[in-house]
Design a protein around this ligand. Structure first.
Ligand SMILES: [Fe+2]
Length: 250
């Protein structure tokens, strides 16, 4: 029997595998996502991901600290054309700016610390507003959800192509880390999926402009460049050996 993280990877690939026409091989995605969420809830960061705790920082593992200045680090665990699985680490006070996940499913499990997540669902509600700029391509209308504070005891949060598919994430009271499964993965160069580019775009919430009420849950988002305060470096995965999966599941 493989390791727990191997089981997570295999289940994620089975859950999100698609046929050439784009439909899922296993039709009941929400059921399979619940199985994945349960597996992630059982993940032990030390035993299953090799994240050993640092004696001086008992709440945070040494190998999630980056010596570099980047506010956020990413540890890739597995990626193929179906899913990307990795661990994000946010230094104390760091945030991931509002960004989108167009056409993606996602599962986010906090491993250490606490995070605030503010998510939005993109919507298209003709007639909802008289705004003219909302029809310009750099603008997006979205439903904003209340901020949710999640920690390692909480079940994994999920997003889908239609729900919670934009979000911003920031730390609460110290550094934090979460395991992230995205399907299909971002693919800014189009190398994973036959040239189809799937990029990440950043947004700012500009409700209050163009006559839209600023206290409404229906928000106007404007595409922006990546804020200069956000950049990401990489950390090396140090958990159970899963190299064979990269070959087997590609
Ligand atoms: Fe995200």
């Amino acid at each position: 029997m493989g390791s727990r993280i191997e089981n997570v990877i295999r289940t994620a690939v089975q859950t999100f595998a698609t046929k050439p026409n784009g439909s899922f091989v296993n039709a009941n995605v929400s059921h399979n996502m619940n199985i994945l969420r349960q597996l992630l809830s059982e993940i032990c960061p030390a035993d299953d991901l090799g994240l050993t705790r640092y004696s001086g920082q008992p709440r945070f593992p040494l190998n999630l600290f980056s010596s570099k200045a980047a506010p956020v680090s990413y540890m890739e665990i597995f990626e193929n054309q179906t899913v990307s699985i990795g661990i994000f680490v946010l230094k104390d006070g760091a945030s991931i700016p509002l960004h989108d996940h167009v056409g993606m499913y996602g599962i986010l499990k906090v491993l250490y610390g606490s995070l605030n997540v503010q998510s939005y669902s993109s919507i298209d509600l003709p007639g909802q507003t008289n705004s003219s700029i909302v029809h310009q391509p750099q603008y997006l209308k979205a439903r904003r959800f209340p901020i949710s504070c999640i920690n390692e005891k909480d079940s994994p949060a999920v997003l889908s192509p239609s729900e919670h598919n934009l979000h911003t994430i920031w730390t609460v009271g110290g550094p934090a880390s979460f395991l992230d499964i995205l399907a299909p993965p971002y693919d800014p160069s189009g190398t994973l999926n036959g040239g189809e580019v799937r990029d990440c775009y950043y947004y700012s919430d500009v409700a209050g402009e163009d006559g839209m009420p600023s206290n409404s849950e229906i928000r106007l988002l404007k595409k922006t460049s990546c804020p200069p305060s956000f950049w990401c470096d990489s950390l090396t995965y140090c958990g159970p050996d899963i190299k064979h999966l990269q070959h087997e599941l590609n």
